[in-house]
Design a protein around this ligand. Structure first.
Ligand SMILES: *[C@@H]1O[C@H](CO)[C@@H](O)[C@H](O)[C@H]1NC(C)=O
Ligand SMILES: *[C@@H]1O[C@H](CO)[C@@H](O)[C@H](O)[C@H]1NC(C)=O
Ligand SMILES: *[C@@H]1O[C@H](CO)[C@@H](O)[C@H](O)[C@H]1NC(C)=O
Length: 207
């Protein structure tokens, strides 16, 4: 079984993909190994050849989809960054307005005469009401905007990783079927492989 162990270590995926689909692929692998070891000839030249043909292909498929999966996450992360950049100016406005209110109150707190003190707070509170309303209007509007953009990004990331996982599972399932057939004595067949998925984007969404 030594050759199997070496090849299996090569397959073990440790990236983002592994959290989601690796268990399924590992189950396939475990089943295949179990079958081949039950046959009491797991190190027969044919079996070794079967594994050495198909395990690298499975490994390659894993690497390919891991890269595609990582790109899904990168795209989402870049889109999130773009939204943040877009509203950075509004954040600065709100921060500045709120800071202005704080500064007004802060100045009032320094007044020695209680007459000046209360007059100052009375006036500051009056102007703070207007500014607070501006802050609320802008914040409410921007919250809705950012929330909807984030939902689109989350949807697209899910669509992308689902598409990716789907293609990965299909490809490795075909490879495992070919490996099983090979171990059962049927020669080498190369299953038709699909290329890395290109997740679609709903029209009208700009990044
Ligand atoms: C994400 O942004 C970085 C830096 O701008 C860029 O290099 C990378 O290609 C982008 N990735 C994707 C998937 O768009
Ligand atoms: C308190 O402020 C209001 C305006 O916000 C002003 O009309 C009123 O005269 C002020 N009262 C005093 C005592 O300063
Ligand atoms: C991804 O979105 C497209 C339409 O934009 C849809 O046809 C496809 O089925 C979706 N894929 C998944 C896995 O949800």
């Amino acid at each position: 079984m030594w050759i199997l162990s070496v090849l299996i270590v090569a397959i073990a995926s440790n990236g983002a993909l592994s959290m989601n689909i690796a268990p399924l692929v590992e189950r396939n692998l475990a089943n295949t190994i179990l079958k081949s070891s039950r046959s009491m000839e797991s190190n027969s030249p044919r079996n070794v050849q079967c594994f050495s043909v198909y395990l690298p292909q499975i490994n390659e498929a894993t690497n390919k989809y891991e890269a595609a999966y990582t790109q899904c996450l990168d795209t989402a992360s870049n889109a999130t960054k773009a939204v943040e950049d877009e509203v950075a100016g509004d954040r600065a406005t709100v921060t500045q307005q709120a800071g202005g209110i704080c500064a007004l109150y802060q100045a009032c707190s320094q007044k020695e005469s209680s007459l000046d003190f209360f007059e100052c707070y009375n006036e500051s509170a009056g102007s703070a009401v207007t500014t607070s309303y501006d802050i609320q209007t802008l914040s409410k509007n921007r919250w809705q905007y950012v929330n909807s953009r984030y939902q689109v990004i989350a949807y697209q990331q899910q669509n992308c990783t689902d598409t990716c996982a789907d293609a990965y599972v299909k490809e490795t399932t075909a490879l495992y079927a070919a490996l099983d057939a090979c171990l059962a004595g049927g020669g080498f067949v190369t299953p038709s492989t699909t290329s890395a998925p290109e997740p679609s984007r709903p029209a009208g969404i700009h990044y």
